[in-house]
Ligand binder design. Structure first.
Ligand SMILES: [Zn+2]
Ligand SMILES: [Zn+2]
Length: 173
């Protein structure tokens, strides 16, 4: 298990640069595969704990939520975490709200699990509903053809009977 030992930053800031493997499932069902995630930055002492500042970057193959085609997705996001010992966690109701602050983390042991942090940051980077392009036309609901590749041979769809070939055949019209 790849870990950053925070105590190494007690004397001077520590740089880190890791390439942990992240399971595709970490980013949700639309992730087909993930290249090793780059996690780099530095850790330094800050107050009762540590400040971790860096960057998470990489690429993955995602499945488009509209046309189901796979596409390449690249990401590069800043990471900034304030890591505090669990003993410093506020106990009263008023300050416990701070626990919900994404940027503050409490630790029992002074380590950061690199793969876990990379997986979590990757999950944040993946869009909720991945699209191969904003203009993706999706698939035809009737024949399943990928409409980005051109129109399918289905007749134009309309809820207005006047536009359907069978309209003239109705006995009451
Ligand atoms: Zn698409
Ligand atoms: Zn069609």
């Amino acid at each position: 298990m790849l870990r950053i030992d925070l105590t190494h930053a007690d004397t001077e800031p520590q740089e880190f640069d890791e390439r942990p493997v992240v399971p595709p499932a970490a980013g949700g069902v639309d992730v087909v595969s993930v290249a090793p995630v780059e996690l780099s930055g530095r850790v330094e002492r800050a107050g009762k704990g540590y400040l971790l500042e860096g960057r998470v970057a990489g690429s993955a193959r995602l499945r488009c939520g509209r046309c189901l085609a796979e596409f390449e997705f690249a990401f590069a996001e800043p990471v900034e975490l304030h890591l505090l010992p669990a003993a410093a966690a506020p106990q009263d109701d008023e300050t416990r709200l701070g626990r919900n602050d994404l940027e503050v983390r409490f630790f029992e042991e002074p380590f950061v699990d690199v793969a876990e942090l990379a997986a979590e940051q990757f999950a944040l980077a993946v869009p909720m509903k991945p699209l191969c392009a904003e203009t993706c036309r999706g698939i035809c609901p009737r024949c399943g053809a990928n409409l980005n590749l051109g129109a399918c041979s289905c007749p134009p769809q309309s809820t207005d009977d006047r536009f359907t070939p069978l309209a003239g055949w109705r006995p009451n019209e």
